[in-house]
Ligand binder design. Structure first.
Ligand SMILES: NC(=O)c1ccc[n+]([C@@H]2O[C@H](COP(=O)([O-])OP(=O)(O)OC[C@H]3O[C@@H](n4cnc5c(N)ncnc54)[C@H](OP(=O)(O)O)[C@@H]3O)[C@@H](O)[C@H]2O)c1
Length: 337
């Protein structure tokens, strides 16, 4: 089958950073589905795994953790899907990715695809929807059924993929959503998705927050630089508030900055469940189905901004370069082989 992968971890400007390959077709066993990929999305994790500084590989590494496709065949333990079902999923960071014509994925982290969306629109959703949903509901304890109504959520780096979903989920929960964005086009995007207020993360946040009448916020979801915003998050969070970070820190984080206000700091890593095969990994199947229901009812909007086709090394290199520029708004998807 066709795939795009790498043997050497190179800068994206190197012609060999991503290669068109022909690799063996895998076979579904156990809880696995073999999915024929129709569309796939790119995420910063792709560029981080591809980045230079790691040893060369004997067998190719296939990246990509977002896909929409059709179930081709199933393992003997599969109960949730049948051949012919349309599905969407992010997959498992410890397994080969979605940059291939067919991919194996565990049924318990796979969702039914929204009926109202084309494959490319569906492929834009899974990884960021899982991150935003788990970040808000499971890590920050935000209640989507209304129990957190009227509280305030600050999303740092809100125009990217995760932020685009978190804004919408924050509004479903009835929160006041304050989103940061720095360019006219990213500001317009976060407003379109429902942000109540927009702050510019290129300027100090505190005076802007006070300027719109907020002394502090109950929840913070930081989708950008954890170290860079640490002091400012400690300052802006309300006493007994909660902070969720999703980007690995580079240095030490001063925990004492959170002590006086009894702040909870939590991490969200959307691959935790598949990577550690946690007993509750089926929650990602349920979560993706719930997101599909919300999409089909019009409660959530799709976040696709740009589609490239066909799926090949040339277009994936363009997509990685765009991600590495730090200017992504919503999602970029590749479709058709
Ligand atoms: N832990 C997890 O499970 C998990 C899951 C998904 C993503 N992540 C990580 O979370 C990060 C965001 O992912 P994503 O897919 O949402 O990213 P993305 O789509 O690439 O985000 C791009 C956005 O980031 C904003 N931005 C750039 N520099 C910023 C800064 N210094 N401060 C605030 N915002 C800034 C830009 O907004 P403006 O153009 O308005 O400046 C841009 O719209 C990545 O590092 C990714 O690896 C972690």
């Amino acid at each position: 089958m066709r795939a795009v992968g790498l043997y050497r971890h190179l800068a994206i400007t190197d012609p060999e950073s991503l290669l068109d390959l022909d690799i063996p077709l895998p076979e579904a066993t156990g809880h696995d589905l073999l999915v024929r990929i129709e569309a796939l999305s790119v995420n910063p994790v792709d560029t981080k795994v591809r980045a230079p500084g790691k040893p060369d590989r004997q067998t190719p590494l296939v990246l990509g953790w977002d896909a929409a496709g059709v179930v081709e065949s199933v393992g003997q333990a599969v109960t949730l899907f049948r051949p012919g079902d349309t599905v969407y999923y992010a997959g498992d960071i410890s397994r080969p990715g979605s940059n291939s014509q067919y991919q194996l994925v565990d049924e318990r982290i796979t969702g039914r695809r929204p009926r109202s969306l084309a494959a490319e629109e569906a492929a834009a959703l899974p990884l960021v929807a899982i991150t935003a949903y788990e970040g808000l509901q499971e890590r920050l304890g935000i209640d989507f059924e209304g129990g957190s109504k009227g509280r305030t959520l600050l999303i740092i780096g809100a125009a990217g993929g995760v932020g685009s979903m978190a804004i919408q989920l924050g509004k479903i929960a009835g929160l006041s959503v304050l989103a940061t964005a720095s360019r006219p086009e990213s500001i317009a995007w976060v407003r379109q998705l429902g942000a109540d207020e927009v702050l510019d993360h290129r300027r100090p946040l505190r005076p802007q927050l006070e300027g719109i009448g907020f002394g502090n916020v109950n929840f913070i979801l930081n989708c950008a630089d954890t170290d860079g915003y640490w002091d400012s998050m400690a300052e802006l969070i309300a006493p007994q508030g909660k902070i969720c970070t999703i980007v690995e820190n580079k240095g030490y984080l001063q925990q004492q900055a959170l002590k006086a206000k009894s702040i909870t700091h939590v991490w969200e890593f959307m691959f935790t469940r598949p990577k550690y095969q946690t007993a509750d990994m089926i929650e990602q199947h349920r979560l993706l189905n719930r997101v599909a229901d919300w999409i089909d009812r019009g409660t959530l909007k799709g976040i696709l901004r740009e589609t490239l086709h066909p799926i090949n090394a040339e277009n994936l290199k363009k997509a990685h370069a765009k991600l590495e520029s730090g200017t992504m708004i919503g999602k970029l998807v590749l479709k058709d082989w």
